[in-house]
Write a protein that binds this ligand. Structure first.
Ligand code: NAD
Ligand code: GDD
Length: 322
């Protein structure tokens, strides 16, 4: 029998890549999203344009016992979206409603395996003040103190999925993604994250020009290429470990270093100008001790390789616009 999968958020960045991977594996795939992906044709067998905040839509989409369900739909974006405070009510309401609806419909259809994409944004701010030594070990989550409402919603929803495991015998799997990047992701419009923003700014800049980078540029992050994110996601869903577990890279860099890496790829002579902007935590890095122990796997691709692919893709997208 052909296996079946549902991808919620299939019109998004990671969801689009996940659909491709599941199709390569021979799955019959249904995708659902408010929109199609702007950058790539979907390979889903069935793609439903619909709003997962509507319970009746969710029930009609989850009309069979899918072998695997991936819940990636969320109201999300990079620092320019989640740290300004302007979208807090929408972010919390929209994402929590999606999670409540999807999980309950899966339970009612007796679906066991549901993947949930949480975020490193749920980790406490007080452990991410030192840019050189952030603590994002999974067991550092409590006492909880995320620095954004986006992070609080993720923490609530993680708990929701794990409560369904305990009370209803489901086998949900929870990952905490750390800043995922790559081709077909958002690269302008305000929701883009730092890697795409740096690629766009550098691609647009003239040789001898200047790019603006928010903050003093000494804040740290790690960035994971989307293919490795999809690999970890699938491995986790099919494993015996419920999580929550980090899926991220341990190659931590300052944001100015990230910008310098992209500038280096461009071959242009570009100066960085640090300006005020939405910042988020001072330091963040994935801790992959637990994923190595439980899944015997962790990402390995160097940041520069993913940046090279992404810079080429964004440069080509820009050229299509002129
Ligand atoms: P994305 O914004 O590209 O994809 C999310 C998709 O959800 C979008 O296509 C959006 O249209 C869809 N969506 C939103 N509201 C919906 C609704 N009401 N009904 C139907 N669809 C709806 O984001 P992404 O980068 O692909 O992230 C996927 C998941 O991973 C999200 O849950 C996100 O919070 C989580 N995550 C991502 C990152 C990252 O760096 N990309 C990091 C941590 C966590
Ligand atoms: N987006 C963006 N754009 N960030 C910039 C820019 C810019 O032009 N210049 C500097 N930065 C800095 C931000 O100020 C922030 O300190 C850092 O780069 C990283 O920003 P983002 O990549 O936008 O977000 P994040 O790492 O703080 O959070 C992201 O990762 C989380 C998981 O680790 C977001 O995508 C969250 O939604 C996600 O959950």
């Amino acid at each position: 029998m052909q296996k079946t999968a549902l991808v919620c958020g299939a019109g998004g960045f990671i969801g689009g890549h996940l659909v491709k991977r599941l199709k390569d594996e021979g799955f019959w795939v249904r995708g659902v999203d408010l929109k199609f992906n702007e950058h790539a044709e979907t390979r889903a067998d069935d793609f439903i344009i619909g709003d997962l905040r509507e319970q009746s839509l969710v029930r009609s989409v989850i009309d069979r016992r899918f072998d695997e369900v991936y819940q990636l739909a969320a109201d999300m974006g990079g620092a320019g979206y989640i740290f300004t405070g302007e979208h807090d009510a929408d972010i919390m309401h929209n994402s929590a409603t999606i999670n409540l609806n999807v999980l309950d419909a899966c339970h009612k259809r007796n679906i066991k395996r549901v993947f949930y994409s949480s975020s490193a944004c749920m980790y406490p701010e007080h452990n991410q003040l030192d840019p050189d030594n952030p603590n994002c070990a999974e067991d550092s989550a409590y006492p909880a103190n995320p620095d954004s409402e986006y992070g609080w919603e993720k923490l609530f929803s993680e708990r929701l999925y794990l409560a369904y495991n305990r009370n209803y015998g489901m086998e949900c799997r929870v990952a905490r993604y750390h800043n995922i990047f790559g081709p077909d992701g958002t690269w302008d419009g305000g929701k883009e994250k730092a890697p795409a923003a740096m690629c766009r700014k550098v691609a647009v800049a003239e040789d001898g020009g200047v790019i603006e980078v928010w903050g003093d540029g000494q804040q740290t992050r790690s960035f994971l290429i989307v293919d490795e994110c999809v690999e970890g996601t699938i491995k986790l869903l099919r494993s015996d470990f419920e999580g929550p577990v980090n899926i991220g890279s341990e190659e931590m860099v300052t944001i100015n270093k990230l910008a310098e890496m992209v500038i280096g790829l461009s071959g242009k002579d570009i100066t960085i100008k640090n300006i005020p902007g939405p910042l988020g935590v001072r330091g963040r890095n994935s801790d992959n001790t637990l994923i190595k122990e439980k899944l015997d796997w962790a990402p390995t691709e160097p940041l520069i390789a993913g940046l090279e692919t992404t810079y080429k893709w964004i440069s080509a997208e820009l050229k299509k616009r002129v």
